[in-house]
Design a protein around this ligand. Structure first.
Ligand SMILES: Nc1ncnc2c1ncn2[C@@H]1O[C@H](COP(=O)(O)OP(=O)(O)OP(=O)(O)O)[C@@H](O)[C@H]1O
Length: 341
């Protein structure tokens, strides 16, 4: 049983209305300029995230899945307010993150934290665990020094470590223990929402389940919302309530998790699922379409359906217009390419 941790007092008391999404992302777009030669003229634009929309409620896990380079991490950084978007909005608890500045943006970052992929590079080796976990408390001036020490001890216990570990350094811990430290750090400021960016992909498979179970327990106890970024579909099936499939900066399919696995509609989703080792023999096998070819450059995405050059079903009309997201079942939308007809 994970012990309850008393939240450190915070000036922010705005809760989302019950049943309302905590996070609403609408038309989110991020284009990175690509610089050329010595004089650095603009050589092009990487369309990392293009017109992406989704919502996450408190206590819910939304997974973002797709190949490396499809824009998942950039979406996470935009949601956290670590990057300014080229277009679109991110509303958190009703407030537009993209317009936040100064104290309001700091407060957003207190309320929404990140768990990083690599617990080896994401913990400062010069700080002891108490310093790492307590950093957010110090930045946000939460509690007195003695209250912070108590809070650090509670957090370490919460993630399955010992309060005595506060005086040790990251290199003295295993990968799984380091990720527990990363989670304690993320929880220090009593956030309501975590962006989990491939939180277990750097860990041994035997350790992954322990960290996933810890994240699930914490979610159940605290009603945390998760944006769970992963390329591991077996894992996503286990942890997510809903899934958005991203391809070259766009969402091509979005559905409740079981619907997506039972009835994938987009050829890209089907190709991703076909590549996954099957753990569950009961669900319908997806159409056997392999994922061939490389991901095209997001600096020069194909016209129309971006998946067209790799799609076994592509038709000439696939090149004409960007497929619109269409609802095919309750809560299940797909970018409907002419190749579906
Ligand atoms: N600061 C940046 N400047 C230029 N291009 C960038 C920048 N950050 C990301 N990109 C590009 O944006 C695209 C999307 O990257 P992103 O890291 O969001 O993808 P991802 O799906 O999270 O991949 P991965 O799993 O490898 O992190 C990639 O082509 C990447 O090279």
């Amino acid at each position: 049983m994970i012990p309850e941790t008393a939240p450190v007092e915070s000036p922010h008391d705005a809760e989302p209305p019950s049943g309302q999404p905590l996070l609403r992302v609408n038309g989110l777009t991020k284009h990175f300029p690509v610089r050329g030669g010595m004089l650095r003229p603009l050589a092009g634009t990487v369309r990392a995230v293009d017109d992406v929309s989704f919502e996450v409620r408190g206590g819910e896990t939304l997974a973002l899945v797709g190949e490396s380079g499809c824009g998942k991490s950039t979406t996470g950084r935009l949601v956290l307010g670590l990057l300014r978007p080229t277009g679109g909005t991110v509303r958190y608890s009703g407030r537009d993150v993209t317009r936040m500045r100064g104290a309001e943006l700091r407060e957003h970052r207190r309320r929404m934290q990140i768990v990083f992929q690599d617990p080896f590079s994401s913990l400062d080796p010069r700080l002891n665990v108490g310093g790492i976990v307590g950093e957010g408390l110090a930045i946000h001036r939460m509690g007195t020094p003695s209250e912070r020490r108590g809070r650090i001890a509670e957090l370490l216990t919460l993630v399955g470590l010992s309060p005595r570990d506060a005086g040790r350094f990251p290199h003295q811990f295993s990968g799984g223990q380091r990720q527990r430290i990363g989670i304690a750090r993320a929880l220090a400021t009593s956030p309501e929402f975590l962006v989990c960016d491939e939180p277990v992909s750097a860990l041994d498979v035997s350790i992954q389940a322990q960290i996933i179970n810890l994240l699930r327990d914490l979610q159940h106890e605290r009603g945390l919302g998760y944006l769970f970024i992963s390329h591991d579909l077996n894992l996503v099936r286990h942890i997510a309530d809903r899934v958005c499939v991203m391809y070259l900066g766009e969402i091509v399919e979005s559905a409740p998790t079981e619907d997506l696995f039972r009835d994938p509609r987009h050829p890209y989703t089907r190709a991703l699922l076909a590549a996954v080792p099957r753990l569950d023999a009961h669900s319908r096998p997806p159409e056997r379409v392999g994922l061939t070819g490389e991901l095209p450059s997001p600096a020069n995405p194909p016209e129309g359906c971006r998946f067209r050059p790799r799609c076994p079903r592509a038709v000439p009309e696939s090149a004409t217009a960007r497929p619109a997201l269409t609802e095919v079942a309750p809560g299940h939308t797909v970018a409907a390419c002419p190749c579906f007809n």
